[in-house]
Design a protein around this ligand. Sequence first.
Ligand code: ARG
Length: 465
Amino acid sequence: MVGDKFMAEKMWAGRSAGVTDQVADDFNTSLPFDQRMYRQDITGSMAHATMLAAKGILPPSDVDTIIDGLSGILADLDSGKLDFSAGGEDIHMFIESELTARIGDLGKKLHTARSRNDQVALDLRLYLRDEVKSISDLIRDVIDALLLQAEAYADAIMPGYTHLQRAQPITFGHHLMAYVQMLLRDLDRLSDAAGRMNISPLGSCALAGTTYPTDRQMVADILQMNGICENSLDGVSDRDYCIELQAAFATIMMHLSRLSEEIILWTSWEFRFVELSDAYSTGSSIMPQKKNSDMAELVRGKTGRVYGNLMGTLTMLKGLPLAYNKDMQEDKEAIFDSVDTLKMSLAVFAPMVATMRPLPENMRAAAAKGFINATDCADYLTKKGMPFRTAYKITGALVADCIRDGLTLETLPIERYKAASELFEADIYDEISMETCVMRRTSAGGTSVDSVRAQIASVKAKLGE
Ligand code: ARG
C-alpha cells in the first residue's frame, strides 16, 4: 500500500534532498524490529489526534478521518492483510505514510505538535507496559508450579547445603519456597518499575515542547497513564525505564538460573533428587543412556544475554548529551531480546517444574550421610547447660571418630557418647533423628513442616489464591 518506495525521497526531506544510499538506509532502519510496536504506535496516534481535535488544533472532521484511517491500518496489520514488506525508516514513518496513502494529505496532519522523539518514547513505554503484564502472569505460573511441588513435598527431608556441602536437614518444600520468595520480590520490582514508567512523554515534541495549545494530560488520561513527563528534554531522552526493567529482568533470570543449576545437579546421578518429565528433557545423539536437563541449561545460559542487554543499554546511554540521539534506537533490540528471552524461559520453566518428579527416598538417603544432625547434637549438650563452643568441640570430635570408624551419629554406641560427655543420655538418638531435626525448627521461616505450610499459606493469601 505504501506508494513511495523506501529508497525514494524521505518524508523528512527538508534541508537535505532526502535521498540516502541503500547501505545507509539498511543501517538506519529500525522497522525490522520496531514493527512489533505497531499497536502502541497507532493507539498513541489516536490519543494524540483526539487531543488535537479537542483543543481545536485540527478540525474534528479531519481527526475523524485520521482515526478511521488508523483503525483500518490496525485491523489490516492485525489480520495480516497489511505487512511491512513495503519497508520504511521506522514504524512511525511506516504508519504515517500508509495513512497518507489511504486518506491523502490529511494523513500528513497527524504529526502536528509531535515529533518521532516523543512518539518513540511513548510507544516503547506502552509496549513495555503490556509486556510487563504478560511477564508478571508468566512469573505467577512459575510460582504456582513451585507452590504445587512445595505443598506435595512439604515433609520430604533432604540435606540443606552451604558451600555445596551437606549442612543441616531441611525439606524439599522449604527449599522450593525460597525461590517463591525471590519471584515475589521480582513481581514487586516489575510493578514498581512499571508504575514509574507509566508516564506520558508525548507532547515533549522534538525536545522543547510546542507552541500549539496541547493538553498533554488529556493524552495521558486517554492512554491510562499516571501523568506526564514534566520536563520535555527529559521526556525524549529518558530511558531509565529500560534500565530498571532490564535490571529486573536480569534479576529474574538470575533466580531462574540458580534454580536451573540446582535442577541440573538434582537430576544428575550424583544426586538423583529429581527426575524431569521427558517433555522437558532431551537425549544424546550418541549416548543412549542420557537424559539431559537442556531446558534448565538453556535458561542458565540465556541469563548471560539478558545481563549483556542491560550492560549494552547502560553503556549506550552513558555518554549521550541531551536530548534525543540516534544511539537511542539501540534501546529497542536489547530490551526486546530480553523480553523474548525472559518470556520463553518462564514459559518453559513453569511446566518443567510442575511436571518434575521429586525422589524423596534419594533425598532422605542423602540426608542420612554427611552428619547434618551435628548441630542438633551440639544443641543437645547446650540445652543441658554446656557452653555452645565446648559442645561444638565435643561433637566435632565425635564426628571425627565416626568418620574414622565408619559410623554415623545415629549408630555411634551410647557408651562412646557418655565417654565424650556425661550429659549424653539414651534420648540423644531421638534428639538427633532427621525427623526431630526438621520438626523442631519451628521458628518463623524455618524448615519444620508446619513452618513451610505457614509459608505456603501466607504466599497464597498474598496472591489472593
Ligand atoms: N527509530 C527511531 C528510534 O527508534 C525513532 C526516533 C527517530 N527520531 C529522529 N529524530 N530520528 O529511536
